[in-house]
Design a protein around this ligand. Structure first.
Ligand code: ADP
Ligand code: MG
Length: 248
């Protein structure tokens, strides 16, 4: 009973032994755990779907509203710069640059909120662009291994893979002090495995909102998440999605 945690699917169950009342009690207890796990997983899925919907809405508004007004401002500033008298030229260039930078920022935030690339270009490109953006901002190179033959995945599974990769990379950038990252997405008879390994300081993980979020995402698609410290130092994040084998 002490070891039970609802974020680990099919976790420990009491052994159904003993006789009479005791066996009955153990069985009922195990059944209760199964039910709680299923209910917890379903409500996590609902909450996450609501959260994704909200993110899409915010992303769209950022892009369509603020992005549009900044674009208009940028275009007007361009005309101002072109016709500005010499003593105002410098200042109007600074203003133009500031607006351009904000526009870029808004685009990045909107993109992070809604992985549009996922829908447009598919999982492979979405993950690669996530990695490129990670390397650009952190200076840490990523070594890739992506199976050529990935089966068609459902949108739900793709989003889970994307969000977990996103959080794992964010954690590397924030906490690991790593010099390289190995990123792989491979399929085997066990299923599809997403793996993000860094060579940073590792250490024990006090699971915060980020890792909790990863577990909550893994649960509804029946995937198993393990995060371990590597013997050589660094952290190893692995997600196995069963039932998604390589094409034969
Ligand atoms: N790749 C990593 N390398 C080193 N420490 C990590 C790594 N990932 C996570 N951690 C540790 O685990 C903790 C919990 O991570 P997380 O749940 O994502 O919360 P947060 O990132 O908000 O701190 C982090 O605060 C950090 O100490
Ligand atoms: Mg985190």
């Amino acid at each position: 009973m002490r070891r039970v945690g609802l974020l680990r699917r099919g976790g420990d169950r009491a052994i159904e032994a003993g006789n009479g009342d005791l066996e009955h009690l153990i069985r009922t207890f195990n059944e209760m755990l199964d039910r709680l796990e299923a209910e917890n997983s379903a409500s996590s899925a609902l909450a996450l779907a609501a959260q994704e919907g909200e993110r899409q809405r915010i992303s769209r508004e950022l892009h369509d509203e603020i992005g549009q007004s900044l674009t208009v401002a940028l275009l007007s500033l361009k005309r101002v710069v072109d016709r500005a008298p010499d003593d105002l030229r410098e200042e109007s260039l600074v203003a133009q640059e500031a607006v351009r930078a904000s526009l870029e920022e808004v685009r990045l935030v909107a993109q992070r909120l809604r992985p549009g690339v996922l829908a447009d270009l598919g999982l492979r490109s979405a993950l690669t662009s996530l990695g490129t953006e990670f390397s650009r901002s952190s200076g840490i190179p990523v070594a890739w291994e992506l199976d050529d033959e990935l089966r068609e995945l459902s949108g739900e599974v793709e989003l889970v893979l994307y969000r977990i990769a996103q959080e794992a990379l964010t954690n590397v950038a924030r906490h690991a002090h790593a010099t390289r990252v190995d990123f792989s997405l491979t399929s085997s008879t066990k299923g599809l495995t997403l793996r993000i390994r860094d060579d940073g300081q590792g250490g024990d993980l006090r699971e915060g909102a980020g890792i909790r979020g990863m577990r909550e995402r893994a649960l509804p698609i029946g995937a198993e998440l393990t995060i371990t410290a590597r013997p050589s130092g660094g952290t190893d994040v692995r997600l196995v999605v069963p039932g998604v084998e390589a094409r034969s």
